[in-house]
Design a protein. Structure first.
Length: 596
């Protein structure tokens, strides 16, 4: 669940196992997700035999967990509240109370409940001091203090506060966890029910603006809520996921911090928001994008902090054992220092989409775009780390070259169709030169497919992007061969792997839900609707009990892997749903065209 400042993960057993305050990228105060010593806030029945049912309150990110035992039924409602005076039509004023609310109500019989509150600051490195002040429990560390307010007696046991209490039908209790120096009036237990209702109404009102009314409305609206929940409201930046170091390879070291904003996500994010009627959010995302890169120097950094920060230094949290002993646990992401050529194309493509939708381009913004075009002119022939941010040797990835072509193509269209100024002849010549280079060096002549890179004749799921950005028609023979070869080589139990080549990192990884949805998009474009539907239903079928998707799916272990929930997976679900229903004619898959 999210509050457009940060997010929390609540396990099925009623334990808050991940919470960062006050921002997505703040050090966690509950990190049991990564180590049992990392701190948690558990609230569950004392009985061992418990049936659990979870749901989001309709059209919201308010989570309701119902525990049923032989003696009774209790519901725990968890909510990260939004400020109570909001304008749903304007995303800018959304402000968090920097709080987490828990409402416990007994619907039937009698239930004994047990609560343990064990905050551990700094990703579990610091055990804060717990003490009572004015009837409130304060947890105080070196750089942070939080307050727990409730109406049960708590017993302090070192760094843990615990309570066991009994509820009968009709009884309810409320708890508030809040940063001690939160602005405005502190939230009290008596505010909880009303605040939860207001928050749920806000989410419901927001999602009602969604234009989609098709076959997968439930999945599309759930995915849009995830996207909104991953948005850092003060800036409009959208994080890739609210977690760090959830492994792509269980027990391995493919563990990354995704609590940052990737420029690569720009085009799909912008197009999805615009197509579904969320223009305000789209403008905020575009403006965050431009403001972040404006001061980024000559070489474009591929990811930023939620406030536009360029410092995302990667460190290892050595005191944490990791999710299911998957080490190392990382905070920060060193990919920010890589050269990733494709990012330039994504930015120019996003700005093209904004213009198609009628969003104006200011002189300062166009000057910035031209600066990026200039960098592409200088560097399009250089090898790079690519869309998958490989930490091995750099290659001349075909996808990266195509995105360099996209950058020049959108710049030419800006002159031809939107009346902007620029060296159109130079851009057009370079666009043609890049295109010839790709066809000369980026095709595996033996198989009649596109190559992963000029150096590697293998396949890469990123090649499925080529028709989606307008470089080649999906029905082109080489592209059709590529689609079929990806099905033959990269498909594993109905899901798509990124590639089979060595990437410099030990271990394996799961299949990518994003790439599987890209296959759905391509199959929809070439009329293979039955196959597209089968793959899409597989993706939807691995969502967790409340409809959330991670980055990957481990077909052997039959479980989601990677950071969770993953924004790009949910964006891909929205795009695939529209692609299937329009036979690939959705504007998101034809964004190279000038008409929205």
């Amino acid at each position: 669940m999210g509050d457009t400042h940060t997010a929390a993960l609540v396990a099925r057993d009623g334990s808050v196992d991940w919470l960062c305050l006050p921002r997505f990228d703040s050090p966690a105060i509950f990190a049991a997700l990564l180590d049992n010593r990392g701190g948690r806030w558990s609230l569950a029945p004392t009985e061992q035999s418990v049936a659990v049912n979870r749901r989001y309150v309709e059209g919201s990110l308010v989570l309701e967990t119902t525990f049923s035992t032989g003696s009774g039924k209790v519901a725990v409602t968890d909510c990260m509240p939004l400020e109570r005076t909001l304008d749903v039509d304007d995303p800018t004023p959304i402000r968090s109370d920097n709080a987490f609310l828990r409402h416990v109500s007994c619907a039937e019989g009698t239930m004994e409940m047990h609560m343990e509150f064990s905050p551990r600051f700094g990703y579990g490195q610091e055990e804060p001091r717990l003490r009572f002040r004015g009837g409130e429990l304060w947890a105080e560390g070196e750089a942070l203090a939080v307050v727990l307010r409730g109406s049960v007696d708590l017993e302090l046991q070192g760094g843990t506060a615990a309570s066991t209490f009994t509820l009968e039908a009709g009884d309810a209790l409320d708890f508030v966890l809040q940063i001690a120096d939160a602005q405005g009036d502190p939230l009290r237990p008596e505010d909880v029910e009303g605040t939860i209702q207001v928050t749920a109404e806000f989410w419901h009102d927001w999602i009602e603006r969604c234009r989609y009314r098709g076959r997968w409305q439930k999945e599309v609206t759930a995915s849009l809520l995830v996207l909104k929940g991953l948005t850092y409201s003060p800036t409009g930046g959208i994080v890739a996921a609210p977690t760090t170091s959830l492994p792509e390879d269980l027990g391995g070291e493919r563990n990354w911090d995704y609590r940052f904003c990737w420029l690569r996500d720009a085009t799909f994010t912008l197009d999805v928001l615009l197509e579904q009627g969320f223009t305000g959010e789209a403008i905020e995302w575009r403006d965050w994008l431009l403001s972040s890169i404006r001061g980024n120097g000559e070489e474009l950094q591929p990811l930023f902090g939620v406030g536009g920060e360029t410092d995302t230094e990667e460190i290892e949290l050595t005191w944490l054992s990791g999710y299911e002993n998957s080490r190392p646990v990382r905070a920060g992401n060193a990919a920010s220092k890589q050269f990733q050529l494709d990012v330039y194309g994504e930015i120019l493509d996003a700005m093209h989409s904004a213009r198609r939708a009628g969003l104006g381009t200011s002189p300062a913004d166009w000057a910035l775009e031209k600066r990026l075009v200039g960098q592409v002119l200088e560097r399009w022939q250089d090898p790079d780390a690519g869309i998958w941010e490989v930490r091995g040797s750099q290659h001349n990835f075909v996808h990266s070259k195509v995105m360099a072509w996209v950058a020049l193509d959108r710049a030419v269209q800006a002159v031809d169709h939107f009346g902007l100024d620029g060296d159109r002849d130079l851009w057009n010549r370079t666009r043609s030169e890049i295109e010839r280079d790709i066809w000369d060096k980026g095709v595996n002549e033996e198989r009649g497919t596109f190559r992963r890179s000029y150096e590697d004749p293998g396949l890469d799921a990123a090649l499925l992007m080529l028709p989606m950005v307008g470089f080649v028609d999906a029905a082109n023979e080489v592209m059709t061969n590529t689609i079929e070869a990806i099905e033959s080589d990269l498909l594993h139990e109905g899901f798509v792997l990124r590639y089979l080549s060595d990437d410099g990192i030990p271990g394996d990884e799961g299949t990518f839900l994003l790439c599987t949805c890209w296959l759905v998009d391509n199959l929809a474009m070439i009329g293979r609707r039955d196959d597209a539907l089968g793959y899409f239903e597989r993706v939807l079928g691995v969502a967790n009990d409340v409809g959330l998707l991670a980055e990957e799916y481990d077909s052997r272990a039959k479980r989601l892997v990677g950071n969770f929930p993953q924004g790009f997976s949910h964006i891909a679900v929205i795009t695939a749903a529209m692609a299937f229903e329009t036979q690939g004619r959705t504007s998101i898959l034809h964004r190279h065209e000038t008409d929205a």
